[in-house]
Design a protein around this ligand. Structure first.
Ligand code: HEM
Length: 451
């Protein structure tokens, strides 16, 4: 990302009417959909209302009115600052963890239900140990993880089974996809022995639903103990070629405590893959290019640049981290105004990712923007965040998701409501949980074709 110094604009206090509009039509829909696990009825509602389009209109209007200054509002006793300029995104993300900690009050309340030791909500003294641990096990800086061959084998097995079912029934939907995806996730993170551990998924799911309510929902320590016991049962004799193996090899006091975040975060990778598959199924040119790349790729964990770019474009268009939150650990100066310690900062991802004023192709499917590096250089495009707390799982996600996408693009799928996806502009909100695909008759080629 570029390194020109950011411009500081003095934050402005919104009028009560403006603040109410931001809370009602920008922030509330994000919370309602479920920050930690999506609520299907609310994601369907958000798609019907195209809530991200409304949010964009409101924030773009306020940005224009206040010349890109950060927008200050109160929610109860909490001071929130919604930024609208990429320079301010950069300031927040590059200034992490000090003075802008990712362990905001909202996030601690939400994530402590199932991952109290996770790096994202760790205090600075623990972060300095847990962040390098995450980077090392996930091999954050390597496009292809050393255990990539085992990971893509897991993808091959699960997508192979999914393809068989799709051929038998003529259908594929979000729930059959999710089942296959969990097999991949459990195998990649904990090894083949965990592949069918749906109890673990259920326990994690229950705790994530608690997390949606943050501090409002009492903790359920007995469920968390069950989650920890199940995770630890796979760490006694960790399967080679799984992340569990790396966890045990590196060890350390909070090693096992990082695993629940990985399991939870892989869910987002499934959503991104499914949405990219929907676009590919509606656009023959995208699907053909995926197939072509796949046909030419070598065996094993090949790098699939176009498929990776499609997954990145999916999380640009429909970000899975709906808002990136920061909290100031000390007073911060913004031009001629100082905001007190404890202010909460909000980056509404979809607003920046779909900013029609800055991005000529804001509402178009343009994976090329990731292939030529343009998007990576833009502090407004942060599907995996940016700066020192950016997602250390990004490369791993792109490896697993690109192989999943490439294999499923081999199926001749058509997507229900594909007419909304076959051409630009693409809808601002897409409910991945409502996606349904059919198999075009007469074609039986499937993901098991090559390997
Ligand atoms: C599409 C999939 C994913 C997306 C879009 C994504 C995005 C993000 C974002 C935006 C953050 C920063 C959150 C914040 O600053 O508040 C983050 C943090 C993190 N992600 Fe991911 N993530 C994904 C999947 C994964 C996976 C699969 C793993 C692990 C296997 C992972 C590991 C982490 C960790 C450990 C952090 C915390 C980093 C820190 O606090 O230093 N993520 N991710």
């Amino acid at each position: 990302m570029t390194s020109a110094p950011p411009v500081a604009r003095a934050p402005v206090d919104l009028t009560p009417a403006e603040a109410a509009r931001v809370v009602r039509s920008v922030l509330a829909p994000l919370v309602a959909q479920g920050a930690v696990v999506r609520r299907p009825r609310m994601t369907a509602w958000a798609e019907r209302r195209q809530s991200d389009r409304t949010a964009r209109t409101i924030l773009a209007g306020l940005r224009e009115r206040y010349d890109g200054a950060p927008l200050v509002l109160r929610v109860g006793t909490r001071r929130l600052v919604v930024v609208t300029h990429p320079d301010d995104v950069r300031r927040l993300l590059a200034g992490t963890p000090d003075p802008f900690t990712p362990a905001s009050e909202e996030k601690r309340g939400a994530l402590a239900h199932f991952q109290p030791d996770g790096v994202l909500i760790s205090p600075p003294e623990d972060r300095s140990e847990r962040r390098p641990f995450n980077e090392a096990v996930l091999q954050a800086d390597r496009p292809v993880h050393d255990d990539g061959a085992a990971f893509v084998d897991a993808v091959a097995r699960a997508t192979g089974r999914l393809a068989e079912t799709a051929r038998a029934t003529g259908r594929l939907d979000a729930s059959s996809f999710a089942d296959a995806w969990w097999s991949v996730v459990l195998e990649v993170v904990l090894g083949p022995g965990a592949r069918d551990d749906r109890r673990l998924v259920d326990v994690l799911g229950a705790l994530r639903r608690d997390g949606n309510w943050s501090w409002l929902r009492p903790r359920r320590p007995w469920l968390r103990r069950e989650l920890d016991r199940r995770v630890e049962s796979y760490l006694h004799e960790p399967a080679p070629g799984s992340l569990a193996d790396g966890v045990v090899a590196l060890g350390g006091p909070a090693a096992a405590g990082q695993v629940p975040h990985w399991l939870f975060a892989f869910d987002a990778a499934g959503a991104a893959t499914l949405r990219a598959l929907a676009v590919a199924s509606a656009r023959p040119a995208v699907r053909d290019r995926l197939r072509d790349e796949w046909a030419r790729a070598g065996a094993g964990p090949a790098l699939l640049p176009y498929a990776r770019a499609c997954v990145l474009e999916s999380v640009r268009l429909w970000p899975t981290t709906l808002a990136i939150l920061r909290e100031s650990s000390r007073p911060t100066r913004w031009d001629d105004r100082t905001l007190p310690a404890g202010s909460g900062f909000v980056v509404v991802s979809s607003f920046f990712h779909r900013d029609t004023e800055r991005l000529p192709d804001a509402d178009s499917f343009v994976p090329e923007g990731w292939l030529d590096g343009r998007h990576d250089a833009d502090w407004g495009l942060v599907p995996f965040s940016g700066g020192p707390a950016s997602c250390p799982g990004r490369n791993l996600v792109l490896l697993v998701a690109s192989h999943g996408l490439a294999r499923l693009a081999e199926l001749d799928l058509h997507v229900a409501r594909g007419r909304y996806l076959e051409r630009d502009p693409l809808p601002c909100t897409m409910d991945h949980l409502g996606l349904r695909f059919g198999l075009r008759p007469g074609r039986v080629a499937g993901p098991a074709r090559r390997r």
